[in-house]
Design a protein around this ligand. Structure first.
Ligand SMILES: [Fe+2]
Length: 142
């Protein structure tokens, strides 16, 4: 018998207590990719944990860099909510290492940032082509 919530709001209440804790991020070179993200965002790379190289984010989520060499890496999208006062520094570090940033997710507006939802945002590729996004305001959904 399929599971059915007991109360119309039960699923909503349950979801409120569930948090993303960690996820694996595929990389050809975990050190290179973890170092790149940490350097751009101003974070630390943690000690290796088995096959994983962790980068801890401010909301308790860990990105566990994991090397995948047997097949091509499918680029994923990761978006980071960052403090407004750190945004310019991140853009400056991208420029310093020669990584192009874009105002849009399809990378058609190079060298520009966006002003979505009253904040600022930009997209850039990590060494494996993952589409990284930094925003200073969360998306507003209808
Ligand atoms: Fe996004």
């Amino acid at each position: 018998m399929p599971y059915a919530p007991q109360h119309p709001k039960e699923a909503e209440l349950q979801a409120a207590s569930v948090q993303l804790n960690h996820t694996a991020v595929y990389a050809r070179d975990r050190q290179l990719s973890a170092d790149f993200l940490a350097a751009i965002l101003g974070l630390e790379v943690g000690a290796p944990f088995g096959p994983f190289l962790p980068v801890d984010l401010g909301n308790g989520v860990t990105l566990d860099y994991y090397e995948k060499r047997d097949e091509p890496i499918q680029p994923q999208h990761y978006a980071f909510l960052v403090p407004e006062e750190q945004f310019d520094g991140m853009i400056a570090r991208l420029e310093a290492v020669g990584v192009t940033y874009y105002a849009d997710p399809h990378h058609t507006e190079p060298g520009r940032t966006n002003g979505l939802f009253g904040g600022r945002g930009a997209y850039f590729d990590d060494p494996d082509g993952h589409n990284m996004e930094i925003i200073t305001r969360p998306y507003v959904r209808p």
